[in-house]
Design a binder for this molecule. Structure first.
Ligand code: NAP
Length: 365
C-alpha cells in the first residue's frame, strides 16, 4: 500500500481549513496532516510543521516557505484569504507541489503567472463552482467546450430589491442564506464581487475567454456550476452546499472519497430556480470583467481595492454600498502597468494606498 499523502494546510483555523482537517481526519489511510498555519484562533492540533502568526511577519513567512517546499510535503491547501496567499502558493508551485486552491484572490491577482508555474498538472480548485466545472470537464476535449456557467446564490440581498444598500449592516451582510464562510468571502458574496472574482478565477483555471464565462443566480446552491458543449449539451455538478465535497475532490483527485458527504436525495432537487443577474444593482461583475479584460495590474487593483474596502466595511468605516464604489474609483484612477510579478505587487500596493487615502480608512491589519 502507498503511504498517506502529506498535506500542509494554510489557514487551518478558518472555514475551509477546519473542513479540510475534517476530511483528512476521516481518511487516515489516505491523508496525513503534515503542517498547518494558525492565526489568532487555534486548532489544538499537532503536526511536523506548526506555524503560528500572521503572513508578512518574517518568522511566519520563513516557516511557511520551509513547510511548503519541504521534500516530504505532497500537497498544499491554500485557504488564507486575500493577496497574502500569493507568495506561499507560488513557492509551493515552484517546488513542484500539488496545490488545492481555495483562495481565489491568488488567481485574480496573478492568474497567468500562477498557471504558468503550475504547468501541465494545473491547480486543483476548491471553490465549489470551479470544482463543479473541473469535474464536468474530466474526460472532455477543451475544444468541445462552448461556455461555462458559474452559479451564484445571490447572497443575502439579491432577493430583496426593496433594501437600501446604503443602510445594510455588517450583521446583515454576514448572514449568508446558504453557506457558512469566513467574513471576507461572505461580504464578497453579498456585493456579488465574489462572482466577479470567480469569473477571473475560471478564466485562468480553464483557459476560456472571459466572454465564454457567464453567471446565473441560483438561490438554492444545489447546482454548483455548468458547462455547455458545442453540441448543445449541458453538464452540471450537483450536491448540497457542503464545502467538504469540493475539498475531498481536490485532495483525492483523480479518485473519489467514499462517503465524503451524505448523498443528495432526488426530492431535494425540486423547485430549482435560475435567474439573470441585474448588473445595474450589482455592478461588481462588470467591474471584474473590465479589469480582467484590461489585464496587467488591473485585476490586482480590483482585488486589493476590494480587500481594503471590505475590511473598512467590516470595521464600520464605510457603508456597504461604499465597497464597490471604492473599487470602481480605484480602477478608474489606476494608470495601468504590465503583468510581471513586480508590477502586480506594485499595483496591489498602489490600490491599497489609493483606497485608504480616498476613503480615509485604516490599513488592513
Ligand atoms: N469558506 C468557504 O466556504 C469558501 C468557499 C470558497 C472559497 N473560499 C475562499 O477560501 C479562502 C479562505 O476562506 P475562509 O472562509 O476559510 O476564511 P476564514 O474562515 O476567514 O479563515 C481564514 C484563515 O486564514 C487565516 N488568516 C487570516 N488572515 C491571515 C493572515 N494575515 N496571516 C496568516 N493567516 C491568516 C485565519 O487564521 P485565524 O483566524 O486563526 O487568524 C484562518 O485560518 C478565501 O479566499 C475564500 O474566498 C472559501
Amino acid at each position: 500500500m502507498t503511504r498517506p499523502i502529506n498535506i500542509a494546510v494554510l489557514g487551518a483555523t478558518g472555514s475551509i481549513g477546519r473542513q479540510t482537517l475534517d476530511v483528512i481526519d476521516r481518511n487516515p489511510a489516505r491523508f496525513k496532516l503534515f503542517g498547518l498555519t494558525e492565526g489568532v484562533r487555534s486548532t489544538n492540533r499537532e503536526a511536523p510543521y506548526f506555524v503560528h502568526g500572521q503572513a508578512g511577519e518574517p518568522e511566519f513567512d520563513t516557516k511557511v516557505e520551509a513547510m511548503v517546499t519541504d521534500p516530504r510535503c505532497d500537497l498544499v491547501v491554500v485557504a488564507i484569504p486575500g493577496a497574502r496567499a500569493l507568495s506561499p502558493t507560488m513557492s509551493a508551485l515552484r517546488a513542484g507541489k500539488e496545490v488545492a486552491l481555495a483562495t481565489k484572490e491568488v488567481l485574480v491577482m496573478a492568474g497567468a503567472l500562477v498557471m504558468k508555474l503550475a504547468g501541465e498538472k494545473g491547480i486543483r480548485p476548491v471553490d465549489s463552482e470551479h470544482s463543479a466545472i473541473w469535474q464536468c470537464l474530466w474526460g472532455e476535449e477543451r475544444a468541445n467546450v462552448r461556455r461555462l456557467i458559474v452559479t451564484a446564490s445571490g447572497g443575502p440581498f439579491w432577493a430583496r430589491p426593496e433594501l437600501d444598500l446604503d443602510q445594510v449592516t455588517v450583521e446583515q451582510a454576514l448572514n449568508h442564506p446558504r453557506w457558512s464562510m469566513g467574513p471576507k468571502v461572505t461580504v464578497d458574496s453579498a456585493t456579488l464581487m465574489n462572482k466577479g472574482l470567480e469569473i477571473i478565477e475560471a478564466h485562468h483555471l480553464f483557459g476560456l475567454p472571459l466572454d465564454a464565462i457567464s453567471v446565473c443566480i441560483h438561490p438554492q446552491s444545489v447546482v454548483h456550476s455548468l458547462v455547455e458543449f458545442v453540441d448543445g449539451s449541458l453538464k452540471a455538478q450537483l450536491g448540497r452546499p457542503d464545502m467538504r465535497l469540493p475539498i475531498a475532490v481536490a485532495l483525492a483527485y483523480p479518485d473519489r472519497l467514499p462517503g465524503a458527504v451524505p448523498p443528495t436525495s432526488i426530492s431535494e432537487l425540486s423547485g430549482l430556480e435560475f435567474h439573470d443577474l441585474d448588473e445595474t444593482r450589482f455592478p461588481s461583475v462588470r467591474l471584474a470583467r473590465e479589469a480582467a479584460a484590461k489585464g496587467g495590474g488591473h485585476p490586482a487593483v480590483l482585488n486589493a481595492a476590494n480587500e481594503e474596502a471590505v475590511n473598512a466595511f467590516l470595521a464600520g468605516e464605510i457603508p456597504f454600498s461604499g465597497i464597490v464604489s471604492a473599487v470602481e474609483r480605484a480602477l478608474g484612477a489606476f494608470p495601468g502597468c504590465g503583468g510581471t510579478l513586480e508590477e502586480i505587487l506594485q499595483a496591489d500596493s498602489w490600490a491599497r494606498s489609493y483606497v485608504r487615502q480616498q476613503d480615509g480608512i485604516r490599513p488592513v491589519g
